[in-house]
Ligand binder design. Structure first.
Ligand code: FAD
Length: 594
């Protein structure tokens, strides 16, 4: 086996271990790749249970009041610090322990309710929303999901109130996108009572202000010369914990403390192992699923701010004796921001509800949400920036800050390119395995169980390409959209099958093909979420006897634009200039062509 094959084998083995723990209910996104519309996961549009709504409303009112009175995003950016009084205030209103169980001092909110809270913070200040995410969505998430009762009892009460803060430390110099390449070492002591940690972490949000850090380190696999990643709870008072740089100066989200630290012979008791020994990568990726969900909520909030700012300016600024909002090229931007903000909210709500409702594997949906919302937000900010013209460029407006702040979103918690490839490959795994079954049997045809399995797989594949998935909307005026979406899902499935048959295993490296498939899948998911939300809103409006709202226009527009994009992505699978792109890049990079 050459080096490249060995690396590929290692990656596949890691992915198998992480992703496919056993039989699971078919999720919505995986269903799309198989030509199904698994309606139960997205319809009817999820709502906060009536019994919980008053508590959420109360929390939102309290939060808004606190933010109105005490949060100054411009000052946070200027001083590159979120003051302790703001952090304490966020703790007081419950934000820092929103989803922690009440028995450990938290508010016991669902992911869906928590997303409403983070949307509100994301509307106002990205530094603050990233700080909250680093503490609550990922910093203490490992403890919430994988902690033992003793660990939770010991750490959570202070972390839930914000008396103590959390951080999540995965990234190292050699382990950025390649998260599995963690080099920080954790060697067991001779008596087995503790582990000795050595290595460095960088780019860690809250590192310098955290009291408890979830740290990923490499541990030996007993009985072999292999190593695996294990998660540890580390506190900065442990001897050998060295803060190399507490606040790395940076472009945006300047209020957050992003730091570098080293562990030099730090003794960490074995009781501080978080989750199963050797399963730290699983811990890390599960934690990041939650971070990606609240990312969606924060981006939704920021997109709503873009919309508000765009409306304000378009209705007041006059040029050529008209307000900017009279010009179609400005209207086009505003309409698109409204459409995207609507979709981002719908997608966030449904993804959070998948977690609340107990879907076992939501990695695909959370990855899609992260990529989709961060890319759309970047477009929204760019559009509103353009509407403000030269005035956007000056620091007395929030837009230059918003633009600086938003740029991290496409990089952090999984660079969008890495997640795009992941979405396509994980999504295609189901149909790919069925094709493999068929192919292997055709190569070695024997009349045994293999043939029967291949026959079933063949029937599934063929069935999905013929069947038109039904989208159960209740509002007659949405039937046309539902029908179009069903057709696009079928077309998508045919395109996935064709790509798998045409390219076979090399598709694992064909990122330009993967990107089109992932993009189409993300727009299919977004459209399904929008249709579900719109259906619920129409039903609600009919119940109240009201007519259509601006949101209905935005939803319509989103669906039309999304369907057009899906057709474009699928057409690109056969009509493209990929060879030329790669030849150009290879020649410039001085690489042999492929
Ligand atoms: C402000 C900030 C806060 C952060 N907070 C935290 C934190 O709290 N905890 C933590 O653990 N980490 C944190 N990070 C780290 C962050 O998650 C990483 O920066 C991110 O995972 C990317 O890793 P990298 O920067 O090493 O980029 P690289 O891995 O070097 O990637 C650079 C670029 O290469 C491309 N690329 C890489 N791999 C592929 C691929 N397979 N296919 C196609 N393209 C690819 C992508 O475009 C990517 O953006 C933070 C980073 C920043 C900037």
């Amino acid at each position: 086996m050459n080096k490249l094959d060995a690396q590929r084998q290692k990656e596949i083995q890691q992915a198998e271990e992480l992703l496919f723990a056993g039989p699971q209910a078919l999720g919505f996104a995986k269903g799309l790749f198989q030509g199904h519309f698994v309606a139960d996961w997205v319809m009817p549009y999820p709502r906060i249970p009536a019994a919980q709504q008053p508590e959420l409303d109360g929390a939102l009112t309290e939060l808004r009041q606190f933010l109105d009175e005490h949060l100054d995003p411009a000052e946070i950016d200027r001083k590159a610090d979120i003051s302790r009084s703001v952090i304490d205030g966020l703790g007081r209103v419950g934000v820092l322990g929103m989803t922690a169980p009440k028995e450990y001092g938290g508010r016991g909110f669902s992911q869906m309710a928590n997303c409403k809270i983070l949307e509100e913070i994301g509307r106002r200040c990205a530094s603050t929303s990233v700080f909250v995410n680093a503490h609550h969505s990922i910093g203490i998430r490992g403890l919430l999901l994988f902690g033992t009762h003793e660990q939770k009892q010991r750490w959570l009460p202070k972390l839930s109130t914000g008396e103590q803060l959390g951080a999540f430390a995965l990234t190292e110099k050699e382990a950025g996108s390649d998260a599995a390449n963690v080099l920080m070492q954790a060697q067991p002591s001779e008596d087995g009572s503790h582990f000795i940690l050595n290595g460095e972490k960088r780019y860690i949000t809250n590192a310098a202000i955290a009291d408890v850090l979830t740290v990923m380190a490499r541990t030996p696999v007993p009985g072999s010369d292999k190593t695996a990643i294990t998660a540890f709870l580390v506190t900065p008072d442990m001897p050998g914990f060295e803060m190399i740089e507490a606040r790395m100066p940076k472009m945006g989200i300047r209020g957050t403390a992003t730091g570098r630290f080293a562990l030099r012979d730090v003794k960490v008791p074995k009781e501080n192992i978080l989750g199963p020994y050797g399963k730290g990568l699983k811990v890390a990726l599960t934690v990041l699923d939650f971070g990606r969900t609240t990312f969606g909520a924060c981006c939704t909030g920021a997109a709503k701010t873009c919309l508000r700012l765009a409306i304000e300016h378009a209705n007041t600024r006059k040029q050529f004796n008209k307000t900017l909002g009279d010009f179609h090229l400005v209207q086009k931007k505003i309409a698109r921001i409204a459409a995207d903000a609507y979709a981002m909210e719908a997608m966030t709500t449904i993804t959070a509800a998948l977690i609340d409702r107990g879907l076992e594997d939501y990695m695909l949906e959370t990855a899609m949400l992260k990529v989709f919302t961060t890319e759309r937000l970047w477009e929204c900010i760019n559009d509103v920036f353009q509407i403000y013209g030269g005035s956007a460029y000056f620091v007395d407006r929030p837009l230059e800050r918003m633009m600086r702040d938003a740029r991290i979103n496409q990089i952090g918690e999984g660079a969008n390119e890495v997640l795009t490839s992941f979405i396509a490959l994980v999504g295609m795994r189901g149909p790919g395995m069925e094709f493999k079954e068929i192919y292997d049997t055709m190569m070695k045809p024997t009349r045994d169980r293999g043939f029967a399995k291949a026959w079933t797989a063949g029937k599934h594949r063929l069935g999905a390409t013929v069947r038109l998935p039904e989208i159960p909307v209740r509002s007659p005026k949405l039937r046309w959209f539902a029908n179009q979406l069903g057709r696009l899902i079928r077309r998508f499935n045919v395109a996935v099958n064709r790509a798998l048959i045409t390219y076979r295993e090399p598709i694992l490296d064909m990122q330009l093909v993967q990107e089109r498939i992932a993009n189409a899948a993300m727009d299919l998911l977004a459209s399904a979420c929008v249709l579900s939300r719109q259906d619920a809103e129409i039903q609600f409006a009919q119940g109240n006897g009201s007519s259509s709202t601006p949101d209905q226009f935005a939803a319509d527009l989103f669906l039309r634009q999304s369907f057009r994009r899906i057709r474009h992505f699928l057409a690109g699978l056969t009509d493209n200039e990929d060879k030329s792109v790669l030849a150009t890049a290879n020649s410039i990079l001085g690489k042999p062509g492929n």
